[in-house]
Write a protein that binds this ligand. Structure first.
Ligand SMILES: Nc1ncnc2c1ncn2[C@@H]1O[C@H](COP(=O)(O)OP(=O)(O)OP(=O)(O)O)[C@@H](O)[C@H]1O
Length: 317
């Protein structure tokens, strides 16, 4: 599938500007869940600035707190301590200026593709005329290549089509910041690859600030200007920021032969491997320190009892 916007955006090369202002900033953010013995400290001392117009990727391990991190930015969760600001004002809840796409599509099953997208558009642009809203919905259905399936309900769509609907629904709200929480990880490799390129094309055309959470270093390097690892939890912290200085538009096949790409991929992968090993070692040490008292029992010699059983006369069966 190709997008109407693709040829123009492909021809556009992004020229690295001077460092733009942060649109979202996180300062010393900590977040955990539960209390007492069941308390889990998920994120610890998170400091990050998301720059206006950039594509930032956060790569992390399973269970490290990636979704919690996205929910904090979306305003769906509140930090226990620290601050999250958007353009200098604290984020206190969800808002249409921050659109989020989850891994599991989260579409309303009784609405069609068109209905799902229209619901968001009608809510956010309630003051527009009916015709304006309708045209807007159709524009985004077309952008993600679903015009032929606009009348279908989620159960009649493939995983890729559902995720396109989800993406169109969020993009149609024209958020200033797009938060993508592992949007492609439930898809097969081929669909994932196509959608990676489409997300990139849309971002290049729309110039939104975009933060993508992923567990795939190659995916992060294809799309992002900067990559930040989320170290393993509990108390997951952010690692160093890696700048991805690769020309755009990026071609996946060509990148595999690019020396700069290979070097950066190795650096990031080695970093991730080493922090995971450190986390495992720390876990082992913590576990190894625990003392287990074994009961003071003497093993019984069962050989005599066994002999007695086998030597005893038959019972008349
Ligand atoms: N609402 C909640 N209540 C209690 N614990 C939670 C809650 N949300 C997340 N957690 C815990 O926080 C930790 C991090 O979860 P989170 O979903 O953020 O990780 P993740 O990196 O997105 O995981 P995955 O890669 O498996 O999607 C997990 O131990 C999870 O059980």
């Amino acid at each position: 599938m190709s997008l109407a916007i693709l040829p123009e955006s492909r021809a556009t090369r992004r020229i690295a500007p001077s460092i733009p202002d942060p649109i979202i900033s996180l300062q010393n953010v900590c977040k955990g869940f539960g209390s007492g013995a069941t308390r889990t400290e998920v994120l610890a001392d998170i400091n990050l600035q998301l720059r206006e117009g950039e594509f930032l990727a956060v790569v992390g391990f399973s269970g490290s707190g990636k979704t919690t991190f996205t929910k904090l930015l979306a305003g769906l969760e509140k930090p226990d301590s620290g601050q999250i600001m958007m353009r200098g004002s604290p984020i206190t809840g969800p808002g249409p200026e921050r659109g989020i796409v989850f891994q599991n599509y989260s579409l309303l099953p009784w609405l069609t593709v068109r209905g799902n997208i229209a619901l968001s558009v009608d809510t956010v642009f309630a003051k527009w005329s009916k015709g304006e809203r309708r045209d807007h919905v159709e524009q985004f259905i077309e952008m993600v290549g679903l015009s032929h399936a606009a009348h279908r309900r989620p159960h009649e769509l493939s995983g890729g089509m559902r995720q396109r609907t989800s993406l169109a629904r969020t993009l149609a709200m024209k958020p200033e910041v797009l938060l993508l929480d592992e949007p492609l990880s439930a898809l097969d490799a081929l669909t994932r690859s196509t959608l990676q390129e489409e997300i990139l094309s849309i971002w290049e055309a729309e110039k939104q600030t975009c933060l993508m959470i992923t567990n795939d270093v190659d995916e992060a390097m294809l799309v992002a200007d900067r990559i930040v690892p989320l170290n393993p939890g509990p108390n997951a912290t952010l690692g160093p920021v890696f700048d991805v200085r690769l020309d755009r538009p990026r071609d996946k096949t060509a990148l595999n032969h690019d020396e700069g790409f290979k070097e950066l991929r190795n650096t990031i992968t080695n970093y991730l491997v080493s922090v995971r090993q450190q986390a495992r070692d720390a876990q082992r040490l913590a576990g190894g320190g625990a003392k287990f008292e074994l009961p003071d029992i003497q093993p019984k010699d069962l050989s005599l009892a066994t002999k007695a059983v086998f030597n005893s006369p038959p019972t008349g069966r």
